[in-house]
Design a protein around this ligand. Structure first.
Ligand code: FAD
Length: 446
C-alpha cells in the first residue's frame, strides 16, 4: 500500500505542497482536506474584487478543484474540516459539511491552515455591517453589502496593507472612508517616510486618516452607527476590521505541536514541526528571517507557496529547505506604489545586534529628459559594522514594485551596501536614470 501524504488546507501552501509531492512521487497517495469550497485561490485579489475591477470570485481561482483531481491525481476533499490530530495513531479526525465524521491515517502530514482575521479587543464586533476580509466568502459578503448602495460612510480599523487597499476600493465606489490606525503612522513595517507619503496620498483621495487613534468600540443598536475612539465618535454605516491576522494554530496546538515565539507554528529548515512526520507551512507557520536568523511570522503569498512547494519536494523524496524570508512586500495605494524588504526598525535591529545606519534619497523614475517621470524615494538601511544591507523601503508613482527586488536579493544573499552600489542593473531612459535609484541610495549610504 502506498504511503499517504495528508494536507490540511487547500490554498497557497497546501496545494503547492500537494502538487509538488505528487510530481516528485506520483505513486504516493496525496489527500487534501479543505474546509471551504475554495481551493488555490488568490485572496490577494479580494480588494480589487470588492472594488469591482474583478467581476467574479471564480476569477481569483488559479487552478479549479477538478483539475487537481483529474489532471494531478490529488484526492482533494472540499467541505472537509480537520478537527483533531492524533499523533500517537498518526490519524486526523475529519468533519464534513454533510455532518459526517471519519478518521484518516497519514504517513506525513502538512498543516497549512493559514491565518484568520485578528479580532481587536473592542466591543460591538458582532454587529451587522461589521466585516473582515480574510476568506473568499467574506469577500463576497462585503461586495454584496456595498453593492446595495446602503453605505455612505465606512470605517476601516487598521492601516495595514489590506486596510489601505480597501480604502481605495471603497473610494472607488464613492463611499466616504475613515481609516483608524492606533500607531502614529499607517504601514508600520514600511518605515515613517514611506508611510507619510501614503497618508498624504490617502488624504488627497478623500480618505479621512486618523492615525494615533485607538478604536474603543463599534456603537449601534444591532447595526453600526459610529466608531467610538479615544478621541471622539465618528459616524459610519459599516466597519471593516483589518487589524492584522492571527495564525490558525488551534489544530496544531491541541495536538501538542510547538508554537514559536511569534505565536505561529515553530518549524525547522525543512518546515518540520517538533513531530518528525508533521510539517507546517504558510500563514500558520514561522519562517527564519534572513536578517536576524530568528523565527519570524510574515504572512505573505509567495512565502506560503514557496514553503509549501519545498515541503512537497521533501515529502516526495527530494529534501528541500523552505529557505529564509526577507519580508518583501509591495502594495498600491491609489497612484502610489510602496514597497519594503528586510528590517527597517532601528530598535529591532539594535536588539538583534546590529548598528543600523540609514539614508533616505529622492531620485527619478525615468531619465530627467524623458517625459512622464516622477520621484522615487528610497530609504536604505545598512549595518555600520559589517556593511550588510538590512532593509529598505521605497515609494513612488511608478517603478517601485520591482525595484525593491534587487534589495531583497541583496538581503537574502547577505550583500553589503558597497556590493549593491556596484550591481550591474539595467538602464534605458524610459525606465530610470543611468544610476538607478537603488544604486544611488547605496552610493549615498556607503
Ligand atoms: P490560506 O490562504 O489562509 O489558506 C488556508 C486554507 O486552510 C484556507 O482555505 C482554510 O479554509 C483552510 N483551513 C483552515 N483550517 C482548516 C481545517 N482545520 N481543515 C481544513 N481546512 C482548513 N499576500 C501577498 O504576498 N501579497 C498581497 O498583495 C496580498 N494581499 C492580500 C489581500 C487580502 C485581502 C488577504 C486576505 C490576503 C492577502 N495576502 C497577500 C496574503 C496571502 O493571501 C496569504 O499569505 C496566503 O494566502 C497564505 O496562504 P496559506 O495557504 O498559508 O493560507
Amino acid at each position: 500500500m502506498s504511503e499517504t501524504f495528508l494536507v490540511v488546507g487547500g490554498d497557497a501552501a497546501g496545494m503547492s505542497a500537494a502538487s509538488k509531492a505528487k510530481r516528485e512521487a506520483p505513486d504516493r497517495d496525496v489527500v487534501v482536506l479543505e474546509r471551504s469550497e475554495w481551493v488555490s485561490y488568490g485572496a490577494c485579489g479580494l480588494p480589487y474584487y470588492v472594488k469591482g475591477e474583478i467581476d467574479s470570485l471564480e476569477d481569483l481561482v488559479a487552478i479549479p478543484a477538478d483539475r487537481f483531481r483529474e489532471e494531478r491525481d490529488i484526492d482533494l476533499r472540499t467541505g472537509h474540516e480537520a478537527t483533531a490530530i492524533d499523533r500517537e495513531d498518526s490519524a486526523v479526525t475529519v468533519g464534513t459539511d454533510d455532518g459526517e465524521e471519519y478518521t484518516i491515517d497519514y504517513d506525513e502530514l502538512l498543516i497549512a491552515t493559514g491565518a484568520g482575521a485578528l479580532e481587536p479587543p473592542i466591543d460591538g464586533l458582532d454587529a451587522t455591517d461589521v466585516f473582515t476580509l480574510q476568506e473568499m466568502d467574506a469577500g463576497r459578503q462585503l461586495k454584496e453589502a456595498v453593492e446595495t448602495g446602503e453605505y455612505d460612510r465606512i470605517g476601516i480599523i487598521g492601516g495595514g496593507y489590506i486596510g489601505i487597499e480597501m480604502a481605495e476600493a471603497f473610494r472607488g465606489r464613492d463611499i466616504d472612508v475613515t481609516l483608524f490606525e492606533m500607531r502614529q503612522h499607517v504601514l508600520p513595517p514600511f518605515g515613517t517616510s514611506s508611510a507619510e507619503t501614503v497618508e498624504d496620498e490617502l488624504e488627497d483621495n478623500g480618505v479621512d486618516v486618523r492615525t494615533g487613534t485607538r478604536v474603543e468600540a463599534i456603537d449601534g443598536d444591532g447595526s453600526v452607527e459610529a466608531v467610538r475612539t479615544d478621541s471622539g465618535d465618528v459616524p459610519v454605516d459599516a466597519v471593516l476590521v483589518a487589524a492584522g491576522v492571527d495564525p490558525n494554530v488551534e489544530l496544531a496546538e491541541e495536538a501538542g505541536i510547538d508554537l514559536g515565539p511569534t505565536g505561529a507554528i515553530a518549524t525547522d529548515e525543512y518546515g518540520r514541526t517538533n513531530e518528525e512526520a508533521i510539517y507546517a507551512a504558510g500563514d500558520c507557520a514561522e519562517m527564519t528571517h534572513a536578517v536576524t536568523g530568528e523565527p519570524a511570522h510574515v504572512p505573505l503569498a509567495l512565502t506560503a507557496n514557496r514553503a509549501g512547494r519545498a515541503v512537497g519536494a521533501t515529502v516526495g523524496g527530494d529534501p528541500t529547505p523552505v529557505g529564509d524570508i526577507a519580508g518583501t512586500a509591495v502594495l498600491k495605494a491609489f497612484d502610489r506604489e510602496v514597497a519594503r524588504t528586510g528590517i527597517l526598525d532601528a530598535e529591532e535591529l539594535r536588539a538583534a545586534g546590529f548598528d543600523p545606519v540609514s539614508v533616505t534619497i529622492t531620485s527619478a523614475s525615468r531619465a530627467h529628459y524623458y517625459p512622464g517621470g516622477s520621484e522615487i524615494e528610497i530609504t536604505l538601511v545598512g549595518d555600520a559594522d559589517s556593511g550588510r544591507v538590512l532593509g529598505a523601503s521605497m515609494v513612488g508613482r511608478e517603478g517601485v514594485a520591482k525595484r525593491i527586488d534587487p534589495i531583497a536579493t541583496a538581503i537574502q544573499s547577505a550583500l553589503t551596501v558597497e556590493d549593491v552600489e556596484y550591481l550591474d542593473l539595467s538602464y534605458a531612459p524610459p525606465f530610470g536614470p543611468t544610476w538607478d535609484p537603488v544604486l544611488t541610495a547605496a552610493k549615498v549610504l556607503n
